[in-house]
Design a binder for this molecule. Structure first.
Ligand SMILES: *[C@@H]1O[C@H](CO)[C@@H](O)[C@H](O)[C@H]1NC(C)=O
Ligand SMILES: *[C@@H]1O[C@H](CO)[C@@H](O)[C@H](O)[C@H]1NC(C)=O
Length: 256
């Protein structure tokens, strides 16, 4: 008896699924199909109010090549991650596409990415073509995670304006680098080595009530896609008289 059409469809569906799963496992560099839109605002840069907590810094981070993501937000763990995004219509788009940094969460029309208008246009071959691309509004794209690179920038701590010395400390991590996620943050006293794990309040914002005192040694746990974890301990400490609104250069770059 000949196999039924349904069975054949089932079989090819299964094979396709197995192939996709195998590809995903074999190659973390592979592009994934999705869709991208762009912010409807008139400003070419990103937003000042992104859910990652970067504030106005997030609008111009990476020269304004930033993005809102939906599932890739991952409860805030995805904040600061970089993605190469390219549209798939070769008539309009380059192979290189654009590299964006995640600064916000949201979606529209089943998109994984809502790019800044500037980033969306940069997927096009020329500025002339960019106008046509922008007119499409939503396009098919491929994306993959890439390493974030900020030449001449160290990872920097921006103390939240709501912080209240010495009772409550919150900060945002600026210029997260490399391809790994920051999955935990600790502050340690440099003298007594008392450490305290911080809470991810939301996005890239880490907070604690009653922080340890004295100059504080920051420790950031970097986790790669295989779950391998490394604590990175910057050379610079946060001074004991830290102030709300101040930025502190950690003195480290993380390139992998
Ligand atoms: C967008 O960001 C760029 C790069 O930081 C900046 O030069 C430009 O002034 C910004 N544009 C607006 C409209 O804020
Ligand atoms: C980064 O930190 C190093 C010290 O580790 C320092 O020499 C350098 O000036 C810093 N870079 C910037 C751009 O602040």
């Amino acid at each position: 008896m000949a196999p039924s059409l349904q069975f054949l469809l089932f079989l090819s569906g299964t094979l396709l699924f197995m192939q996709t799963a195998a590809e995903a496992a074999a190659c973390s560099d592979c592009f994934i199909h999705s869709r991208a839109a762009y912010y409807p605002n008139s400003d070419a840069n990103g937003t000042n109010t992104g859910r990652c907590g970067y504030g106005s810094f997030g609008a111009t981070l990476n020269d304004g090549d930033v993005s809102t993501v939906s599932d890739l937000y991952r409860d805030g763990v995805g904040c600061g991650a970089c993605y190469q995004v390219r549209c798939t219509n070769s008539y309009y788009c380059t192979d290189k596409g654009v590299t964006v940094v995640v600064t916000d969460q949201g979606s529209s029309h089943n998109t994984d990415f809502i790019l800044s208008r500037r980033a969306f246009g940069r997927m096009a071959q020329t500025t002339y073509v960019a106008a046509s691309l922008l007119a499409l509004g939503v396009v098919d794209v491929e994306y993959r995670r890439v390493s974030c690179s900020y030449p001449n920038k160290n990872i920097t701590i921006k103390i939240d304006e709501n912080s209240n010395y010495p009772y409550y400390l919150g900060f945002v991590i600026w210029h997260q680098q490399g391809r790994r996620d920051i999955t935990a943050v600790q502050l340690c006293e440099t003298q007594n080595f008392v450490c305290k794990l911080l809470d991810r309040s939301y996005g890239a914002v880490w907070t604690t009530t009653s922080p340890p005192s004295g100059p504080l040694s920051l420790r950031m746990l970097f986790t790669d896609e295989d779950g391998d974890e490394t604590w990175v301990v910057p050379v610079n400490n946060i001074p004991n008289d830290w102030k709300a609104g101040q930025t502190y250069d950690t003195g480290v770059q993380v390139n992998s």
